[in-house]
Design a protein around this ligand. Structure first.
Ligand SMILES: O=P(O)(O)O[C@H]1O[C@H](CO)[C@@H](O[C@H]2O[C@H](CO)[C@@H](O)[C@H](O)[C@H]2O)[C@H](O)[C@H]1O
Length: 669
């Protein structure tokens, strides 16, 4: 091993958090967050050390220095606020602080009455050096002159009492530390922080098929029809409207109702079978309207504070212009000249071809696929729900999302990858802002808690943001099929309170549609994926009022707008789950209690960790049920709950405890 060029950097920096895979990927936060950086920082011997976090926007050379404070066990921390979206770089810097070492030791010596004249001469040298650095940094001025004068006093051989007073003057301490000696400072590697819009952390999605929105019976819906639904969706408290693909639908191998692979003339086909003579991923199904109609739809949504999320499904119907118009080499031909249709085993997608990410023309293909996003961004779309991203190459996504985010940091991507956890996590690391999860299939108390704890705690939360869906057009779970209306209520309460991000396949959920295509299937009978389904959304028994109320609670309670504070609490009844969330400033604490049994009343005692929750153990506190308006006076950790699923699936309780911790920090970027 060769001798290092500089061996005097004695401070060690380890285990910086947040960091994702040793800095290979950015850590994620949202605008307005307080970013807390921690690191292990220590040195040999007994010298005092100091450390800072240095942070800058990636597009600027202006670094901000945030002093770190020691915690315990050589762990240090600093916090800074990020108000703007985009990418930031941050690193930890630490150094031996000789002035602080001298000052600390002198205080001890004075206390023991063992300070000697030489101690003051040592201090004088250190202070004079600080004065010199003050000159270098700000060209002299008050601080430098003051420090020089103080160094002279300590060299003067004055009587001990005076030396002691001058050396321990708090002003000296403050000024000298302002100009630290960083010649031998250790710098960590620079790490990257991706700051997304708040929507990445907190969003409520409503999915519907525009083709089902016509008022006239049997007619194909248009964007103009769909636009009329937007005020209703906004009034229900949602903030993202997600549309399945809106492009021309292939005719070859078009599917018929109920996933019939032999569609008949007149069948509408699956919107995910993208591409026909009329165009491909940058075109609109003529029956839905024109690009102007779409733009107007987006504009109307914006006025209602709704973001439009568009489905991006990179696959092609056999009559997609990519296949018919000169890019057949983007697909893998078999020896007989045919192309194997796509699959997501055991599902078969006979009406689409998958792209071949080992195509000779992969660069041409990547460029074209990215341009699909660019095109829809130009039309005002800011969120994309990406279909099956795990069946496309990871390097493509990293490049494509990276490029888009560089130009449009406001754009968000939801990954629809129901696959192995490591793959879901990798997609999040390479850029997806949110991810669907296995929430729909977690029904028992233990499995819900175990899964949610896995996906809402660091280090996973540094890159992965769950989005919880109780149903989708592909997912009608057994629980929803068997549990009647209470099952829908239970899954709504869970999704909306466990997940700061959640969504529903709206019309089917509101009306509690629960008939499967066949026994044992999770597909809907007469699924909207293959046919138009007009509905009376205000039919008696709709869940609309409850959904509206739950969203209103989410929108007004910051506790429900984050996942990181989620904590599960004990309940002595296995069918009752209890958990809390609180806002970062601790002013808002929400306790949710849900009866997981859709058939029977369940009762039990919940047990709350009062001290952890900041609830005084010796005083009664109020639990206000935000759903029913009832107020309960609770005292102590054990409290009784009883939930009849026919009447109410759960409580969303606001715990009034009068606690607020200030989180205003000095350092903001
Ligand atoms: O594979 P997933 O279960 O994640 O489902 C997603 O991708 C599917 C393929 O795009 C999509 O499937 C629908 O479209 C297909 C192509 O037209 C069709 O063959 C399937 O029968 C239909 O379900 C699914 O909707 C989407 O969520």
């Amino acid at each position: 091993m060769t001798i290092p060029t500089e061996g005097r950097r004695r401070v060690i920096i380890e285990s910086i958090a947040p960091q994702v895979d040793c800095g290979r990927f950015p850590a994620k936060r949202t605008a307005g967050d307080l970013v807390r950086v921690e690191a292990d920082v220590f040195t040999d011997g007994h010298d005092a050390i100091a450390a800072s976090v240095l942070v800058h926007r990636e597009d600027s050379d202006k670094w901000i220095e945030v002093p770190m404070e020691p915690l315990v066990n050589d762990r240090w921390f600093a916090a800074f606020g990020v108000t703007e979206i985009g990418r930031y770089g941050y690193k930890v810097q630490a150094w031996v602080d000789h002035f602080e070492t001298w000052h600390r030791d002198l205080l001890k010596r004075i206390k023991a009455d063992t300070d000697a004249p030489v101690d003051y001469l040592i201090g004088a040298d250190l202070i004079a050096a600080a004065a010199q650095r003050a000159v270098t940094i700000n060209g002299g001025g008050g601080d430098a002159a003051w420090l020089h004068a103080r160094a002279a006093v300590l060299r003067s051989g004055d009587e001990p009492k005076s030396l002691r007073n001058h050396a321990t003057d708090p002003m000296l301490h403050e000024l000298a530390l302002r100009y630290p000696d960083k010649r031998y400072a250790t710098d960590s590697n620079e790490l990257i922080l991706q700051v997304d819009p708040v929507r990445a952390r907190f969003s409520s999605w409503y999915e519907f098929f525009p083709r089902s929105t016509a008022q006239k019976p049997g007619a194909h819906g248009t964007f103009a029809d769909a636009e009329k639904l937007l005020p209703r969706i906004a009034q229900m408290g949602f903030n993202v409207v997600y549309l399945p693909p809106i492009h021309p639908i292939g005719r070859q191998f078009r599917k018929g109702p109920n996933n019939n692979p032999n569609g008949q003339p007149g069948d509408e086909g699956s919107p995910w079978a993208i591409g026909a003579a009329e165009g491909g991923h940058k075109s609109i199904l003529p029956k839905l309207g024109t690009i102007q109609d779409f733009r107007r739809f987006v504009e109307t949504a914006k006025k209602l504070s709704l973001d439009i999320a568009l489905d991006i499904a990179f696959q092609a119907a056999p009559d997609h212009p990519y296949v018919t118009g000169g890019h057949k080499n983007w697909f893998k031909e078999r020896p007989d000249g045919t192309i194997q249709y796509a699959e997501n085993p055991p599902k078969k997608y006979q009406d689409i071809y998958p792209f071949d990410f080992e195509s000779e023309d992969w660069q041409g293909m990547w460029t074209e696929l990215k341009s699909v996003f660019d095109y829809w961004i130009e039309q005002g779309v800011t969120i994309f729900r990406v279909d099956n991203p795990h069946t496309k190459a990871f390097p493509f996504w990293e490049w494509c999302i990276g490029e888009i985010k560089r130009e449009h940091p406001e754009v968000l991507f939801l990954s629809e990858a129901f696959t192995r956890p490591k793959i879901m996590y990798r997609l999040a690391k390479i850029g997806f802002s949110q991810s669907y999860t296995y929430f729909p299939w977690r029904n028992g108390k233990e499995e819900i808690a175990a899964y949610l704890n896995e996906i809402t705690k660091p280090p996973v939360t540094d890159f992965f943001r769950p989005n919880q869906w109780p149903n989708t057009p592909d997912i009608l779970t057994e629980f929803l099929q068997m549990g009647g209306r209470p099952a829908f209520v239970i899954r709504l309460l869970l999704a909306a309170t466990l997940g700061a991000n959640y969504g529903i396949y709206g019309p089917a959920f509101e009306l509690q549609e629960n008939k499967p295509f066949k026994h044992g299937s999770e597909e809907y009978l007469d699924s909207e994926k293959y046919q138009i389904r007009q509905r009376d959304l205000d039919a008696p028994g709709t869940l609309r009022p409850l959904i509206t109320q739950v969203n209103q609670i989410r929108n007004t309670h910051p506790a429900l707008q984050n996942d990181i504070s989620l904590r599960f609490h004990y309940c002595d009844n296995q069918q009752i789950i209890c958990y809390s969330k609180e806002s970062e400033d601790r002013s808002d604490l929400i306790l949710t209690v849900v009866n997981l049994d859709p058939h029977f009343t369940q009762a039990g005692f919940v047990n709350l960790p009062l001290e952890e929750l900041g609830i005084p153990a010796d005083r009664a506190y109020e639990a206000e049920d935000l759903l029913s308006g009832e107020r309960y006076m609770w005292r102590g950790p054990r409290n009784y709950v009883e939930l009849n699923p026919g009447l109410r699936g759960g409580h969303i309780l606001c715990i009034h405890r009068r606690l607020k911790v200030e989180t205003d920090f000095e350092y903001f970027l």
